[in-house]
Design a protein around this ligand. Structure first.
Ligand SMILES: NC(=O)c1ccc[n+]([C@@H]2O[C@H](COP(=O)([O-])OP(=O)(O)OC[C@H]3O[C@@H](n4cnc5c(N)ncnc54)[C@H](OP(=O)(O)O)[C@@H]3O)[C@@H](O)[C@H]2O)c1
Length: 344
């Protein structure tokens, strides 16, 4: 594989020459992991108000699979209708700023940052908007920081804000072994909740290790068999009917729908969100959903919790760019505990 060029760039503030080309995990059509190639491509240029990050680590979350496949089809309205508008895979990023665009940019060259990268993070360099980044605490490694931008921030939104968790409450996390769920279990346990984590049988002990008091295998245990009366259900996995989820709540309990798979190729389960919005009007329970947004505040909150040791990102494995295809296939097979991190 050809190495990146050493030619300097002239148009942005940078203390050291930054190569004009870089290695990246690229795909140009929707499809499976076989669409992904590791290529040398032009390095993105930061525009006004943007930063160029030397990527040190990039977390692989489930959304990357949606970006790759273009499924559900509804998502293509944002991703590109006929083909993906962005060739480079990956969203979550951690690294250091190596150049800044024109204008007012809150991060200086040399700053360690993490969050999400608009140009794609499975690459040696990525362009990011400061509003989607936070400063990396000194105690936090780039590997850990790379799991926060989507997965950590989403769990924070679900548990810390929407969940309104009180100590002693019963919290059910569906999808407890995944990228978002492994954060959600830890956050709820940290708040003093009695957490029940649902995942596949092989990962039950992993989820227990995250702080879940009870664990259950979704293949062998129905929701109705978990006791019901949950103060909070965070639904991150599966595609259960809203009525089934509502029935498992305490009289004033909350359902927070984060996501799930298996809802069909067109809508991907988003119809559940609409059902929840309508049903919420006819019950004392609170039924809600959200599409998360990476913000500086959300990243900084999770970064602080990791820095103080309250939360520890669950990292299944690290791979280089040449391992991207293999690790996406591992995600499709359901092998990952927490998430994998790409180290370009
Ligand atoms: N709303 C938002 O802003 C937002 C943000 C991020 C992600 N999401 C969505 O949230 C979902 C999870 O994302 P992720 O990155 O955490 O994915 P992930 O790492 O692949 O985790 C998926 C989890 O779901 C579990 N699962 C699969 N089938 C299940 C079932 N029938 N019942 C209960 N759990 C089941 C998996 O368990 P096993 O692996 O043990 O089988 C795993 O724990 C995706 O649909 C993603 O698109 C939404």
């Amino acid at each position: 594989m050809a190495q990146a060029s050493d030619d300097p760039i002239p148009t942005v503030t940078a203390y050291q020459p930054v190569p004009l080309a870089m290695r990246a995990a690229v795909r140009r059509a929707y499809g499976g992991p076989d669409q992904v190639t590791i290529e040398t491509v032009p390095r993105p240029e930061p525009g006004a108000g943007e930063v160029l990050v030397r990527v040190r680590a990039a977390g692989l979350d489930r959304a990357t699979l949606h970006l790759l496949t273009g499924l559900p089809y509804l998502a293509r309205l944002a991703l590109g209708v006929r083909r993906p508008t962005r060739a480079i895979l990956g969203q979550q990023v951690a690294g250091e700023v190596v150049a800044v665009g024109a204008g007012d940019v809150p991060f200086a060259v040399g700053a360690r940052v993490f969050g999400t990268a608009a140009s794609g993070s499975f690459a040696e360099y990525a362009v990011a908007t400061p509003a989607r980044l936070a400063a990396t605490p000194a105690e936090v490694t780039d590997i850990d920081a790379a799991t926060i931008g989507v997965s950590g921030v989403t769990a924070g939104e679900a548990v810390l804000r929407r969940g309104q968790v009180q100590a002693g409450q019963r919290v059910l996390v569906l999808g407890a072994s995944g990228a978002v769920g492994s954060f959600a279990v830890q956050l709820a346990a940290h708040l003093g909740a009695q957490v029940t984590g649902v995942c596949s049988g092989a990962k039950l002990e992993f989820v227990r290790g995250l702080g879940a008091r009870h664990v259950a295998d979704y293949r062998t245990t129905a929701l109705a068999d978990l006791g019901g009366g949950f103060d909070l259900i965070v639904d991150i996995g599966g595609n259960r009917r809203v009525s089934v989820l509502r029935a498992a709540l305490a009289p004033a309990g909350r359902l927070v729908i984060v996501g799930g798979e298996g809802g069909g190729p067109m809508l991907g389960g988003i119809q559940r969100n609409l059902v929840a919005s309508v049903a919420d009007r006819f019950t004392a329970r609170h039924l809600e959903w959200f599409f998360g947004e990476t913000t500086t505040a959300g990243c900084a909150e999770l970064g602080s919790l990791i820095a103080e040791g309250t939360v520890s990102p669950a990292i299944d494995r690290r791979v280089g760019l040449d391992g991207v295809v293999g690790v996406i296939e591992a995600m499709q097979r359901g092998e990952l505990r927490g998430q994998a991190v790409v180290v370009p």
